[in-house]
Ligand binder design. Structure first.
Ligand code: NDP
Ligand code: HSE
Length: 414
């Protein structure tokens, strides 16, 4: 019998309990022994549950119980999650977590403690919810040199954008719906400002390139400035707007990493990833492009990934698993402004022809875009490919010609 403890009984924690109770038989067959939840830690009381006797408010009871071989951290946030996880690893307990904030901030340190103590620290659910991505990158794709990863990594924002595009739903209504469905972070600013996707692409970058990439080194832009006008222009361009996290290894040995909304072609696989689904493209030198797709958030999809990690811990009580990366290398992350992109620009001049005249003067060639019922003096276009530094200069030149930029969105080639 393997005894585990679950820290947190919210959306994910209650899903973990449900999956372990309802699939007990098949799980014990796969793990090689029965897995039993001995404790659940939560601040709240849950007196009406059939398993309410498992609840405790005292973390030390869990830490000091030698029966507990694996602890599942699904509370979220940095503190006390970090302190609890570190204490468990130092006490000789495996840890499974869905907490990307924790892994993105402290992954190198916690992996190092786990390695030193010959333990597993697993976090499949921290990226992609129910979509397997951590394990495939570290095992199935291990024979490849991965040069690039790009994906829709946040279910909440993809759900909001899909509702805005398909149903013309307001941003606020769509966000409320995502919260009610259990997709959003406790503070949904983490979703809509792009921080959650940033943490996830940093975890994937660290895992792929072997060196911790901290979230503050990743340029991050959320979806709060996207308007229905931008959505219309994306459609006239032949695509949709998606929040994309991407990392690319360059010839100079540095990575370009960023999170931002992008125009994505409807012809591409990522352009068809809608609602709460995530889609993650991994470019390997041997495999070519591989795309992972599935539900990126929600109680049961996430619990599925967490419980799979628990099964792995139980199966490998005496051997450490494969995940590892070193602490950050200096100068590993390139200035994002050195990166090249095409940019969608929506701007406003005294009238539309003056706005376009100024834009041609500044950018040379353009792809003009149109929409029904534009604002007075509104022009929209896609620029040629150039570095972000060059774009910055050109937008300043456009302003000097009396044309105000209303929005800019990068254009992807995925
Ligand atoms: P919830 O807020 O629904 O659940 C967290 C639970 O932990 C709550 O019951 C909370 O209690 C409890 N808790 C918080 N702090 C403590 C503490 N110090 N001691 C005891 N209990 C505590 O979050 P989720 O289940 O949605 O998410 C959990 C983690 O999983 C987060 O890191 C999240 O980013 C991640 N995740 C979430 C997914 C999802 O779809 N929801 C998908 C993938 C990952 P109380 O409510 O009373 O504060
Ligand atoms: N809030 C996150 C999302 C949960 O919407 O993707 C899954 O990590």
């Amino acid at each position: 019998m393997a005894y585990i403890a679950v820290l947190g009984h919210g959306t994910v924690g209650s899903g973990v309990a449900e999956v372990l109770f309802t699939h007990a038989e098949s799980i014990s067959r796969r793990a090689g022994e029965d897995i039993k939840i001995k404790y659940i830690l939560d601040i709240r009381d849950f007196p009406d549950l059939s398993y309410s006797e498992l609840f405790t408010k005292d973390f030390d009871v869990i830490l000091n119980d030698p029966d507990i071989s694996t602890v599942v951290e699904v509370m979220g946030g940095l503190h006390p999650a970090y302190d609890f996880v570190k204490a468990c690893l130092e006490k000789g307990k495996n840890v499974v977590t869905s907490n990307k904030e924790l892994v993105a901030a402290k992954g190198a340190e916690l992996l190092s403690i786990a390695r030193k103590n010959n333990l597993n620290f697993l976090f499949e659910a921290s990226v992609g919810g129910g979509v397997p991505i951590i394990r495939p990158i570290s095992t199935c794709l291990a024979a490849n040199e991965v040069s690039e990863i790009a994906g829709i990594l946040n279910g909440t924002t993809n759900f909001i954008l899909t509702k805005m595009i398909r149903e013309q739903m307001s941003f606020a209504t769509a966000l409320k719906l995502a919260q009610d469905l259990g997709y959003a972070e406790r503070n949904p600013a983490a979703d809509i400002e792009g921080h959650d996707a940033c943490r996830k692409i940093c975890i994937l970058a660290s895992l792929t390139f072997g060196s911790h990439v901290y979230p503050d080194s990743c340029y991050t832009e959320g979806i709060t400035k996207i308007t229905l006008a931008d959505v219309d222009y994306a459609e006239s361009w032949g695509g949709v707007i998606k929040l994309i996290g991407s990392v690319k290894m360059q010839e100079n040995g540095k990575i370009q990493i960023k999170v931002c909304p992008m125009f994505v072609s409807r012809e591409s696989q990522l352009g068809n990833v809608d609602d709460v689904f995530n889609g993650i493209m991994v470019r390997g030198d041997a495999t070519g492009d591989v795309v992972f797709y599935g539900k990126g958030a929600g109680k049961l999809p996430t619990a599925s990934a967490v419980v799979a990690d628990v099964i792995d811990c139980v199966k490998q009580q005496t051997s450490r698993k494969f995940l590892y990366w070193e602490d950050a290398k200096a100068d590993f992350v390139d200035d994002y402004k050195n990166g090249e992109t095409q940019m969608f620009v929506r701007c406003k001049g005294a009238n539309i022809s003056e706005a376009f005249d100024a834009a041609y003067k500044v950018f040379g060639e353009l792809r003009e875009l149109s929409r029904k019922n534009p604002e007075e003096g509104e022009a929209a276009f896609v620029t040629p490919m150039m570095t972000e530094y060059q774009l910055e200069e050109k937008l300043a030149a456009l302003k000097a010609l009396g044309v105000e930029t209303l929005s800019t969105i990068r254009v992807s080639d995925y």
